[in-house]
Design a protein around this ligand. Structure first.
Ligand SMILES: Cc1cc2nc3c(=O)[nH]c(=O)nc-3n(C[C@H](O)[C@H](O)[C@H](O)COP(=O)(O)O)c2cc1C
Length: 318
């Protein structure tokens, strides 16, 4: 069965499925596996030490796949200059660059005229309209169910996606709460031309940076197992609930502010859990869709399963 949408055409991929940027987790193994399976895999640039590591990872993806892939820039969240790394991605002529977490203008300008396709991840209708005005080739729109950083208005994927579809002309990629063929078909029904998934790809064999305890926590999760932290900093983000996030929420109640929260929400606290599996000493981002994760397949097995489910739904509908 062919899966032809504006997103498969734009990105030259087989299935309209994109692996989202995954801070500290999305390196060449995962990105290449997703691209080889027919989706768009991505490297997460801002988790890399600098332009040289990014260049190496890009080259490693190219050794592992001939299919298109992307490089993701979460420009607001790491407090580090990203311009040089964007230039590295441009110099390397990567097929796709995605950007989120701040004003995408600078990145879109740097990429303009290079032939690289641009995706902007947004969390609100007005941001999608802005991204279109700035020249993005497509927008990805993440609803409140999603893992990691979210919009401030708590709007779910089911409402946000058609709102954005009706507001822009460029292709829309739905994100947040999607983890199987049912989710893909629901997103396409809402008018999206594809889906982006984050949490689901953590629980795959090729996400080698994620500690087994993190993957196991995703498998054990139900629909109430995540919580939103950093709301008090106006940067809400969804993580697996544990003693560490409970402490963060208490500190937020006590109006601890950025300085009081800093060590609790740092990249090091994130890595202590996701790399070392120490539950009591760190946190891991995850979306509500963790409740739909029951195993750790290879990326290829996962794609086979998801697309079979989606195809069965298509056949039933027709
Ligand atoms: C562990 C984790 C790390 C993330 N890091 C990034 C990131 O660096 N850049 C980015 O654009 N999005 C990031 N996201 C968001 C995802 O790309 C994606 O939009 C989100 O996970 C979609 O929701 P889902 O988890 O329900 O699939 C992250 C999400 C998770 C779960």
């Amino acid at each position: 069965m062919k899966w032809r949408t504006r997103v498969t055409e734009l990105l030259d991929i087989t299935y309209p499925v994109i692996q989202g940027g995954l801070a500290y987790l999305a390196y060449s193994n995962l990105a290449a596996a997703v691209s080889n399976a027919g989706g768009l895999g991505q490297l997460t640039a801002m988790s890399m030490s600098g332009p040289e590591q990014l260049r190496k990872e890009i080259q490693m993806v190219r050794e592992k796949t001939t299919r298109p892939f992307g490089v993701n820039f979460a420009i607001g969240q790491h407090g580090r200059p990203f311009e040089k790394m964007v230039q590295t991605a441009v110099d390397e002529q990567v097929p796709v660059i995605s950007v989120t977490g701040g004003n995408p203008k600078g990145v879109l300008e740097a990429v303009n005229g290079t032939g690289i396709k641009t995706l902007v991840l947004v969390a609100a209708r007005r941001q999608a309209v802005k991204a279109q005005e700035l020249g993005a080739d497509a927008v990805m729109v993440v609803g409140h169910e999603g893992g990691g950083h979210l919009g401030r208005d708590d709007v779910g994927t089911f409402v946000l996606t058609p709102q954005v579809v009706d507001a822009v002309d460029i292709p829309v990629i739905a994100s947040g709460g999607i983890g199987d063929g049912r989710g893909l078909m629901a997103a396409l029904s809402l008018g999206a031309d594809g889906v982006e998934m984050g949490t689901r790809f953590i629980a795959t064999k090729e996400c080698t940076h994620a500690h087994p305890a993190y993957k196991e926590a995703l498998i054990q999760a139900d629909e109430t197992s995540t919580t939103v932290i950093k709301r008090s900093l106006k940067a809400p983000a969804r993580a697996l609930k544990n003693d560490w996030t409970t402490r963060i929420l208490e500190l937020e109640q006590e109006e601890a502010g950025y300085e009081g929260l800093r060590s609790y929400i740092s990249g090091d606290a994130n890595k202590t859990f996701i790399y070392e599996g120490q539950k009591g000493h760190g946190f891991g981002w995850a979306g509500q869709v963790a409740s739909r994760i029951h195993d750790v397949p290879t990326v290829e097995e996962f794609f086979g399963r998801m697309m079979k489910e989606a195809e069965e739904i298509r056949t039933r509908w027709s």
